[in-house]
Write a protein that binds this ligand. Structure first.
Ligand code: PLP
Length: 398
């Protein structure tokens, strides 16, 4: 039996490191796009565990795959060949132009793999002294020391210095600044095609094309962090496919195994030459259980054409929100996003609106205290999205 919310909150404060500012909710159960708290109250979940449960909570087919695999094999380490990994690798490689996969356990680790591969490719294959990674202002690449350095936000790295060297940042969507920042010491440019933690900011198509062209001209690597925007969320399998880009390396995690912790890096055959036996490793990465669950997740996403669904649903929903913006002058500053990755900028009243949404049974995230961030499961019912829109309109009208 669950304890009352206040008791849970108090216990959490006593037991866990003070790293999270939590929502005033203790969740006990989930199904599809719906969650239930300790008091039995039901919510529509438009956050999906921060873009993780793309197929919804406790998806029947994914549960079945997990149950089957958990009686067969969980973990033996990467000292052994495991067909589960190979099946998942084939599925992931079928989605784009890459040739090789490296499995790990989280988004930060997937980005660490990208950074390490880029540096080692430059050093070992190109025989160049080029280790610097350039990222964009407003980006988010993770919380390990390396990815914190890549993220370059003072408020996140305070008290954790010194961070690893070899990272620099350029202003958002400023191609001239990027060109000036590239030197013979540059290994790669790394970016999110749609900045997620930055508040749902899609990068412009011509800027992205310009970045890729610069990378080719300067013979440096182009890395896309697909941890949040990847795996069908934006309406294409990968966000870079919205703009016909061909990055050399990408990272993924969040929705890869629909809630089991898992990450991966994909690289072209050429760039993957940077790794050899012993150059990088992780104990858990791609274990049989996580791989089997991820493979089932990817199979369902492809079979049910959930990228196309995210595109269609997202376009319709965004139109609805923009119509609402017109009906309620001054209440909504901007509606941004692609597919089912949507930001509604509301300004200073946003925290109150967000809290009222929770009280009325709708969960989304509050980004920078100004923007509602929606990352719903890709198979969410249109009725749930419409109910959210109607509730939001009611709140904004008040
Ligand atoms: C969440 C996120 C990460 C970090 O992923 P973790 O699994 O939390 O380490 C990295 N990049 C992007 C774009 C993300 O959204």
């Amino acid at each position: 039996m669950s304890q009352p919310f206040d008791a849970i909150k108090k216990k959490e404060e006593a037991l866990l490191c003070r790293t999270y500012g939590r929502y005033p909710l203790a969740i006990v159960r989930g199904k599809g796009a719906h969650l239930w708290d300790v008091d039995g109250k039901e919510y529509v979940d438009l956050l999906a565990g921060i873009a993780v449960t793309g197929l919804g909570h406790c998806n029947d087919e994914v549960c079945e795959a997990l149950e089957k695999q958990c009686r067969k094999l969980w973990h033996v380490s990467n000292l052994f060949y495991q067909e589960e990994q190979l099946h998942l690798a084939e599925l992931l490689l079928s989605t784009a132009h890459f040739g090789k996969v490296f499995f790990c356990n989280s988004g930060a680790e997937a980005n660490e793999a990208c950074i390490k591969l880029a540096r080692r490719y430059m050093s070992v294959v190109k025989k160049r002294n080029a280790a610097e990674i350039i990222t964009l202002e407003g980006c988010f690449h993770g919380r390990t020391l390396g990815t914190l350095a890549a993220t370059g936000r003072e408020n996140l790295s305070r008290g954790f210095t010194p961070l690893p060297e070899g990272f620099s940042q350029v202003p958002f969507e400023d191609l001239g600044a990027l060109e000036n920042a590239i030197t013979p010491a540059t290994a790669a440019v790394m970016l999110e095609v749609v900045q997620g933690e930055g508040g749902i900011k899609p990068l412009a198509a011509d800027y992205l094309a310009g970045v890729q062209k610069l990378c080719r001209e300067k013979d440096i690597l182009f890395i896309c962090d697909e941890v949040q925007a990847g795996i069908c969320r934006t309406g294409k399998f990968w966000a870079f496919q919205l703009h016909d880009l061909k990055p050399d390396i990408i990272s993924m995690a969040k929705s890869l195994a629909n809630g089991l912790p898992m990450g991966a890096m994909l690289a072209t055959d050429e760039v993957a030459r940077g790794f050899e036996t012993g150059s990088h490793a992780t104990t858990f990465g791609g274990n049989a259980l996580a791989s089997a669950v991820a493979a089932k997740t990817i199979e369902i996403l492809l079979r049910d054409k959930l990228a196309e669904r995210a595109a269609k649903l997202g376009t319709d929903f965004k139109e609805k929100l923009i119509a609402m913006q017109k009906r309620l002058p001054g209440k909504i500053q901007e509606v941004r996003g692609v597919g089912l990755m949507i930001g509604i900028e509301i300004g200073e009243s946003c925290p109150a609106v967000w809290k009222e949404l929770i009280d009325q049974g709708f969960i989304c995230s509050l980004s920078h205290n100004t923007t509602l961030r929606l990352l719903p499961p890709l198979n969410i019912d249109e009725a749930d999205l419409n109910a959210f829109a109607a509730t939001l309109e009611g709140i904004l009208k008040k």
